[in-house]
Design a protein around this ligand. Sequence first.
Ligand SMILES: *Cc1c(COP(=O)(O)O)cnc(C)c1O
Length: 497
Amino acid sequence: MLKKKMPVAEPYKIKMVEPLMMSNRDYRKKAIKNAHYNTFLLQSQDVYIDLLTDSGTAAMSEYQWAGMMLGDEAYAGSKNFYVLEEAVQKYYGYEFVLPTHQGRGAEHIISKLLIKPGDYVPGNMYFTTTRAHQELAGGTFVDVIIDEAHDAMSVHPFKGNVDLEKLQSLVDRVGKERVPYLNFQACVNMAGGQPFSLANLKSVSAYCRSQGIKIILDATRCLENAWFIKKKEPGYDCHSIAQILMEICSYTDGCTMSGKKDLLVNIGGFLGLRDSQLYEKACEFGTLFEGLHTYGGMAGRDMEAMARGIEEAVKEEHLDQRIGQVHYLADRIQEYGVPIVLPVGGHAVYIDAAAMLPHLSQDQFPAQSLAAALYVETGVRAMERGVVSAGRDKTSGEHNYPKLELVRLTVPRRVYTNSHMDVVAYGVGECLERRNKISGLNMTFEPENMRFFQARFDLISKKKTEKPQTGVRGQICGNSQSTTNNRYADQIKERLR
Ligand SMILES: *Cc1c(COP(=O)(O)O)cnc(C)c1O
C-alpha cells in the first residue's frame, strides 16, 4: 500500500464562530456594481471569504483573549508594558522596546531619528509606508534587492536577498556618511512575500559594520522568513524558529514591527533598539507622536495580547499551518490550470491576471476586472496589484504600466479552514472557465493619490460605441486599445507560447 504523509491540519480547535453571509450570484452582481467594481468599496458583510489583506485580520487565541481581561490601563508604567518588553527582549533580543500604535508609528520615529535631509536609505525593495516616512524625513529610497526579485518567473529561493554590489556601489557613489542605515525587510511584501537568507544577511551585516552603517530590520514578517530559512537554507533544519529569529535580529541594530501581521493581533506594533541614547531620543519623539514610552498608542490590554502573540507566533506548528495553508491554496489553484507567481511566498497567492485574460489590454484593467469577477463568482474578496495600484507618472500623466497584472489572495492567520481555500480555488477556476465573458473596465472616478483604494469603475459595454470618458483630473480614462501598450501585449503572447 502507498505510504502517505500525514496531512498538516490546524493546530487548534474552534471555540467561537462568526457566521458568514451566504449570498447568490445576482446579489453579488448588484453588490459589486454598487461598489463600482472596486473590492475596497465592498461592505465586509457582503463578503463570504475575505482575502483582501492579512493585516490586523488574525484570530486571537483564548490565551490572548484571557490576557485582554488583564489590561492595566494606567497612564504610566502599565504592568502589560513590562510583559511586552520582556517578550521582545526574550524572542527578538532588543534591550529597548517602544510600543507604537502600529508598524508605521515605529517607521515614523526611526526615520526622524536617523535620516537627515539629503541622505540615502537603501532597502530590499520597499513597503509603502516605510518609504513614505523615509521621504518625509528628507531621505531618498534606493532599491538594492537582487534582480531576481523583480522577475516573476524566477524561482530563486531567497528573492528577498540584498544585492551587496548594489549596496556597495551606492555607498561608493554618495559616501557612507550619507547612508544612515539599510532597511532590511523580512519576507518582502511587494515581491510577493519572498524571504532573505541568513547567509545574505550575515555578509551584508559584516559589510555595513565595516562602514559604520546601521541595519534596521523590518521585522513585520520575520517569523515567516525564519520558517523559510529553516525549510530551505542549508544547515538550519535543526534550529528552532526562536533560534533563527534571535540570530536574524543579532545582525541588526534595531527593528520596526507591525504586530498586525506575524504577531496575531488586530492592532499594535513596536520599535526595538539596542542603543540606549537612540532609545532615549526615540522616547521623546514617541511621546509626541504616539504616546508615553510605556504605552505608545496602545491600550494596556492590547500590549498584553501582543506579548502573548509573540509567544504563540514562534511556535513551529503555527507557522507550518499558516504558511502551509497559503501553499495549499496555491496548489489547488494550480490544479485548475491557473497561472500564479512562483515561488509562493509566506502570506498570499498572486494570480497572473494578464496571462489569464489575454483579451484585455492593460488599459482595461485586467487585474481589477478579475478581482471583481472573482467576487461575483464565489463572494471571495481579493485585491488588485496591477496598473490601478501603480498609479500615474507625475510628469507625463500617463498610467504607470507595471510588468505584472496580479490579483492578490491574502490569507488571514487562523481565520479560515482549508475548506474555505477549496472554495476560493474553485472560484478562480470558474473565472478561468468563463474568462472570455469577463469584461474590461472603464475608470470613472480617479483620486489623485493611492487611487486603488477609492477609484470607481464601470463595465465596458460591448454595444456602446467607444467613447473616452474624462476622469476627475481631466485625464482620459480610455477604454480603447492603447498603442503605447504593445510591450504588454507582447509579454502576454510570450507567456502563452
Ligand atoms: C504592514 C507592513 C508595514 C506597516 O505596518 P502597519 O501596522 O500597517 O502600519 C510595514 N512593513 C511591512 C513589510 C508590512 O507588511
